[in-house]
Design a protein around this ligand. Structure first.
Ligand code: ADP
Ligand code: MG
Length: 239
C-alpha cells in the first residue's frame, strides 16, 4: 500500500525554469526509494517540497490520505536530515534530541526513555552528555538522524546525508542507515548523486534529470539495463 503520493508536482522558481517538472511518484509503506541524479536535476527541491520547506507551484502531495501540500514542516509526519546536519552546537546531544519532544509537551521521564532508545539505535548509547562539536562527522550525522527518528515520523527524508564524509565512512553509514530503516520499517526518500549509494541501498531507484523521472525501477534492473547516460557511465567505470 502506498503511503506517499506525489502527484504532478511542479516547482518553478521566480524567473527560472522548472526545477521539478510535473513529477509523480507513489511510495509504498516501508519502502526506501532513492532519488538519484546529477547536480541540478531537482532532487533536493523535490525532497524539500515533501518536507514542507518549499512550496510547490503545482500539483499535490498526500501522506496516508491526507493532503499535506500546503502544510508547514512541523505539521507534517515527516522528518528531514540535511546534507549539513545543522545540529545545535550550544546544546549537548541529549538536548538536541529532546528539543522536539519538549515542544510536544512530553513528560521528562518519557523523553529520557525515548532519547536513550534512539541513541542506542544509532550506535551512540552513552553519548547524551557530549557536546555535538566534540563528535566526529559520522557521529554528528548519526545524531542528526536520531533527532529526526525520535519524533517518530511516518516518512524519513534524507538529502545526501553522507556527502561530506569520506568514502569508507559513507559505506559504513549506508549499511547502518539501511539496517535501521528496515528494522523500523520506515518509509524513506533518500536523495543522492552517488550511483553506488543508490544501487546498494534502495528498494527502488528514481533516476532524475531536469526535474523529471528518466527511469524508475529496482536497483538490479537499473544496473543491468540503465536507461540514462548518468547511470550507464558509472557502470562503465566499474567494468
Ligand atoms: P539537486 O538537488 O538535484 O542538485 P536542486 O533541487 O538543488 O537540484 O536544484 C534544481 C534546480 O533548481 C537547479 O537548476 C537549481 O539551480 C534551481 N534552484 C534550486 N533552488 C533554487 C532557489 N531557491 N532559487 C532559484 N533556483 C533554485
Ligand atoms: Mg541537492
Amino acid at each position: 500500500m502506498s503511503v506517499l503520493h506525489i502527484v504532478e508536482v511542479t516547482k518553478t522558481f521566480p524567473g527560472g525554469t522548472n526545477a521539478v517538472d510535473s513529477f509523480s511518484l507513489d511510495v509504498a509503506d516501508g519502502e526506501l526509494v532513492c532519488l538519484l541524479g546529477p547536480s541540478g536535476s531537482g532532487k533536493s527541491t523535490l525532497l524539500r517540497m515533501v518536507g514542507g520547506f518549499e512550496q510547490p507551484t503545482g500539483g499535490r502531495i498526500t501522506i496516508d490520505g491526507e493532503d499535506v501540500t500546503h502544510l508547514p514542516p512541523e505539521r507534517r509526519p515527516t522528518g528531514m536530515v540535511f546534507q549539513s546536519h545543522a545540529l545545535w552546537t550550544h546544546m549537548n546531544v541529549f538536548k538536541n534530541l529532546a528539543f522536539g519532544l519538549k515542544l510536544r509537551h512530553m513528560p521528562a521521564n518519557l523523553i529520557k526513555e525515548k532519547v536513550e532508545a534512539v541513541l542506542e539505535l544509532v550506535g551512540l548509547a552513552g553519548y547524551g552528555d557530549r557536546m555535538t562539536t566534540q563528535l566526529s562527522g559520522g557521529q554528528q550525522q548519526r545524531v542528526a538522524l536520531a533527532r529526526s527518528l525520535v519524533l517518530e515520523p511516518k516518512i524519513l527524508l534524507l538529502d545526501e546525508p553522507f556527502a561530506s564524509l569520506d568514502q569508507h565512512l559513507r559505506e559504513r553509514l549506508r549499511e547502518e542507515v539501511r539496517d535501521i530503516q528496515q528494522r523500523l520499517k520506515i518509509t524513506t526518500l533518500f536523495v543522492t548523486h552517488g550511483q553506488d549509494e543508490a544501487l546498494s541501498m534502495a528498494d527502488r531507484i528514481v533516476v532524475m534529470a531536469n526535474g523529471k523521472t528518466e527511469q524508475i525501477d529496482r536497483p538490479d534492473v537499473v544496473y543491468r539495463n540503465p536507461q540514462t547516460p548518468f547511470v550507464a557511465g558509472f557502470i562503465g567505470t566499474m567494468n
